[in-house]
Design a protein around this ligand. Sequence first.
Ligand code: NAP
Length: 353
Amino acid sequence: MQYRQLGKSELQVPTVIFGAWAIGGWNWGGSDDELAVRAIRASIDAGANAIDTAPVYGFGRSERVVGRAIAGRRDAVIVMTKVGLRWDDERGEFYFQTADEDGKTLRVHRNLRPWSIAHEVEQSLKRLATDRIDLLQVHWPDPQVPIAETMGALLALKKAGKVRAIGVSNFAPRMIEEASYALGDVPLASAQPRYSLVHRDIERDVLPYCRKNDIGVIVYSPLEQGLLTGKVTSSRSFATSDGRHKRPTFTPENRAKVNELLGTVVKPIADRRGATVAQVVLAWILAQPGITSVIAGARTPDQARENAAAGSALLEPEDLALIRKAFESLTLAVPAAGSNTSAIARFFRKWTQ
Ligand SMILES: NC(=O)c1ccc[n+]([C@@H]2O[C@H](COP(=O)([O-])OP(=O)(O)OC[C@H]3O[C@@H](n4cnc5c(N)ncnc54)[C@H](OP(=O)(O)O)[C@@H]3O)[C@@H](O)[C@H]2O)c1
């Protein structure tokens, strides 16, 4: 495993971070807590000792499972969580409606007001069974709250010793700049955008901006929620409680196109380098300039170990170029209007115009 400094912060993070969304169960067709605890511990044992979670993942469940998994080894782990999405309070801007695992309807609101952040952090500390969060990230921007007001609340938490470093997620460059400015002498440690071989938009803006300003970039959904592992075959089906059953990238046509490239381009490279397809896909991201780490979701100890080992997998320049060229020629079906992705695009447009 390689470790890199996260921006200008004091944190040294592994290049592979354990993503704890799926183990919250919600939107992933359920989860098995015992298996999840073992998966997290396997990740830590393999050197991938940073965990990215959020209060909204399973509405507290992911953080509770992380808390159980790191009990007794807290000092060896870097805990990353988030603020800004409330399912337990109706104030703020309505974001989306969903249902928990018992079918109860929940209305999620964005809220980055200081009082809401202070409340959320106390809840997270309890669920994680810890006295500090190593990296606290804004989960999604809140258009109703000035960024400076939110950053002021995060600074106060840092001053109080409850938070060691501050990050943002799903922020456009202009918003990242505003957040950095508001933090003054305290560096903005990181941005957490989406990035994978089939979602490379950040190469145009976020990545160059962060690279230039020495802000860490830890990317989410690097395996495109499993699609880029080669394990999502045409016959694999997903439960209706698993968001992938209706995700546009998982249509039969898109699966076929992706698997064709994985089979003809990525698998031969993986075989030559003694790696798996998933490891090559993660290693490709880690070789891109400006990327600090990948946040790879895992549900089993085997997946966690396989992903962690990608932190040491090395690809030659010709491998990197071959993979890029292949995926640049790939066009996946455009997400349908009203999907989460187009909502994100609309939101970014609003902020960047
Ligand atoms: N900031 C944000 O807004 C945001 C948004 C999304 C995610 N995230 C963070 O990023 C993390 C990762 O993203 P993600 O979970 O969306 O997607 P991902 O990491 O691209 O994919 C994770 C899924 O792929 C499958 N998988 C993982 N490793 C595998 C392996 N070695 N072989 C075969 N299948 C494997 C697993 O699902 P199955 O076993 O069920 O196939 C796993 O749940 C999340 O956990 C979360 O921490 C943040």
